[in-house]
Design a protein around this ligand. Structure first.
Ligand code: ATP
Ligand code: MG
Length: 221
């Protein structure tokens, strides 16, 4: 489904971060990327989500090269295929939880039927993640664990085929981290969403079907 081919990325101040790195992602995979702080996990996630460009190498998605997409093509690719969960939930403070979740849907045109199907799907996700009672609350009035679950639902609102989660449990206590891990697994098994996550938590990583270590700019099993 997604093939990262010989990607390299350097930053002037830091030098080589990703060094001729390759990764093949099969539909339905759940992949944990581990590695010390500064090893390049976020850089790699940003490149997969086309938020950043590699210096060299290619990214093949469903048979087509996407590494040199222009900004609008990248935005389309993201809207249609990628959901992001970040370490900090990044919910917008002036929008209710419900409006935060529905926001990504505004980026694409939908028919009435599609919208009602989406609403039903999002309702289901909110129930599954235990946040349906919070829909009219604002982000500063809910807990970190609840906000992180809301950001998971937001990431899934557009029915992405790939969920990129960068330290999705980084700001959560053990109980909430565990709950988030279980939810990610459920999304993977029930909805077939491919998951790529970066984490320092071996507990979370162990829930995924593959664990890769980012070391010296390369991924090692
Ligand atoms: N935009 C940038 N400009 C310059 N250097 C950068 C930039 N982004 C990342 N770096 C550097 O690249 C290296 C890798 O950073 P990255 O954020 O990918 O690491 P990470 O593995 O995600 O670390 P952490 O576990 O702390 O989140 C770091 O040394 C960082 O300082
Ligand atoms: Mg990071």
């Amino acid at each position: 489904m997604l093939s990262i081919k010989n990607i390299s990325k350097s930053f002037i101040q830091r030098g080589m971060v990703l060094d001729n790195l390759s990764l093949d992602v099969v539909k339905g995979d759940s992949i944990a990327i581990m590695g010390p702080s500064g090893s390049g996990k976020t850089t790699l996630m940003n490149i997969i989500g086309l938020l950043d460009k590699p210096d060299s190498g290619d990214i093949i998605f469903r048979g087509a090269s996407i590494a040199n997409f222009k900004e609008d093509e990248s935005a389309n690719y993201r809207n249609q295929n990628i959901g992001f969960v970040f370490q900090e939930h990044l919910l917008l403070p002036y929008l209710s939880i419900s409006d935060n979740i529905f926001l990504p849907l505004l980026a694409t045109k939908h028919s009435k039927e599609e919208i009602s199907a989406k609403e039903q799907y999002i309702n289901e996700l909110m129930i599954k993640t235990g946040i349906s009672d919070l829909r009219y609350k604002y982000p500063q009035r809910i807990s970190g664990g609840e906000a992180q679950r809301a950001s998971l639902v937001r990431a899934l609102a557009n029915s992405p085929s790939i969920l990129l989660a960068d330290e999705p449990t980084g700001s959560l206590d053990a109980g909430n981290a565990d709950k988030m891990g279980e939810l990610l697994l459920e999304m993977n098994s029930q909805y077939g969403i491919t998951i790529i996550l970066a984490t320092h938590s071996s507990d979370l990583a162990k829930k995924m079907s593959k664990i890769l270590h980012l070391e010296g700019g390369k991924l090692i099993v």
